[in-house]
Design a protein around this ligand. Structure first.
Ligand code: EPU
Length: 416
């Protein structure tokens, strides 16, 4: 299994290009199930989760062609309606096929994802919403079996803000008979990107990006061409590396508008941040200020940046309180950071991080994507060598992470 070895201590400088967003690409690629004909997607990141998605779509009968960051998908020959355990186990976002399959074929059989490293992550709200749209749902042998005639528009209130739940039901509702209103919907840029794609395909959707989304069902959709939006979490991760290493990094092909909360918090740490329409320059000198942070649904501070921010606070001047409000077990990086010399105490969903002068390199591993990214960041500022094991978590969601950091001057390499 691959490992990444980082020798810390270098100040990162230079320019890095941000890739397309994993969490936008996944639902958008899956939305191709709703239509016959060739959909073309550009700026698709080269990631394990994207490979898992195209494999799943091929297994369902779609024709998939990939070339660099361009992916073409034609689901005219959709023949299967099942997402098997093996695929869903590898990538929870596979449950996103549920809505489009029921909408297009009137049936879907999808393995229940079960818990994962960061929390229980049920999909009850996806299922409740589909039932409200008229689907019959049964849970059998670890699978969700959903069936329906044409779905019927409904008024759906989410008890909790859910990103993929909103996306799944939006995809189900676009071909339904009548109007669906999604209330307390997720406002993440990835939800808006999916809605924009569906509108290009001929869907009638209003309010994406607000907490009330209205979808007037249409009889059929047409294929479309879509460029995947930049990855705001990759952007934030590189921004934090500039602050951590007292560097000077310019991020290009990114979308500063999607990073309001992250930019705001990072300015409070003392970073100097300049933005244009599609670039961000982060420079940092001197002590890092401690800042308290609470994760929240968009536009709040993202849970997907919490682990990386904790690294920043672990070498900051003073103490910071971090509250994780989205997932119940998203502190798996804490014990590894403590092994690297960080001073962190966790009580329930609160972590108190007391800055230390220096971290020290160690062999570490994490069972989650963002936790693994945080360990690379820690390695960049630690004394000596840090070896990050289980790199496949990183490969799920960061395109060429070690090459991008090496391009900024980091001493980092992958060992096969
Ligand atoms: N929840 C329920 N019931 C549901 C759905 C969600 O109780 O039916 C709960 C979850 O357990 C969680 C909260 O609602 O406590 C929010 O979860 P959400 O459904 O929004 O998460 P998700 O859609 O499964 C997406 C991203 C995650 C990101 C979260 C939160 C994708 C493919 N995944 O997950 O990304 O952390 O939203 O922003 O879009 C990552 O990229 O590393 C990652 C984990």
């Amino acid at each position: 299994m691959d490992k990444i070895v980082v020798n810390g201590g270098r100040s990162l400088k230079g320019t890095v290009r941000i890739s397309g967003a994993k969490n936008a690409a996944l639902p958008i690629l899956i939305s191709s199930l709703l239509v016959e004909g060739v959909n073309t997607y550009t700026n698709v990141p080269d990631l394990m989760d994207i490979h898992s998605t195209t494999l799943l779509l091929s297994k369902l009968g779609a024709r998939v062609e990939t070339g660099g960051s361009r992916v073409c998908i034609d689901a005219a020959g959709l023949i299967e309606h099942e997402a098997a355990y093996d695929l869903v186990r590898k990538m929870r976002a596979s449950v996103l096929v549920l809505g489009p399959l029921v909408a297009r074929l009137g049936k879907a059989r999808v393995s229940l994802p079960g818990g994962c490293a960061i929390g229980a992550r049920p999909i009850n709200l996806h299922l409740k919403g589909l039932a409200a749209l008229g689907a019959e749902i049964e849970l059998k042998h670890g699978y969700v079996e959903a069936s329906a005639g044409r779905l019927k528009g409904a008024d759906i209130y989410f008890d909790i803000v859910t990103v993929t739940g909103t996306e799944n039901l939006m995809m189900a509702a676009v071909l339904a008979d009548g109007t669906t209103t999604l209330r307390n919907a997720a406002r993440e840029p990835e939800v808006v990107a999916l809605a924009d794609t569906l509108v290009k395909m001929g869907a009638d959707i209003e309010g994406a990006g607000t907490s009330i989304i209205t979808i007037n069902g249409v009889d059929s959709l047409k294929p479309a061409e879509t460029s995947i939006i930049p990855d705001r979490i990759e952007t934030g991760t590189f921004m934090m590396s500039a602050v951590l290493t007292r560097g000077d990094i310019t991020l290009v092909d990114c979308e500063p508008d999607h990073l309001g909360a992250t930019i705001n918090i990072m300015r409070q740490t003392g970073a100097d941040i300049e933005t244009t329409d599609n670039s961000i320059r982060v420079t940092m000198q001197g002590e890092i200020n401690s800042v308290d942070v609470k994760t929240q649904p968009y536009p709040g501070f993202p849970t997907d940046m919490q682990a990386q921010f904790m690294v920043l606070m672990s070498i900051a001047d003073g103490s910071a309180m971090i509250s994780e409000t989205i997932f119940e077990n998203r502190y798996i990086h804490v014990s590894e950071l403590i092994r690297m010399g960080a001073n962190i105490k966790v009580d329930g969903n609160i972590a108190i991080v007391k800055g230390v002068p220096k971290l020290s390199g160690a062999p570490v591993m994490a069972t989650d994507l963002r936790a693994s990214a945080s360990l690379i960041l820690a390695g960049l500022v630690a004394d000596g060598s840090t070896r990050i094991n289980r790199v496949y978590h990183l490969d799920r969601g960061y395109e060429s992470i070690e090459k991008k950091f090496a391009g900024l001057g980091a001493d980092i390499k992958r060992i096969k």
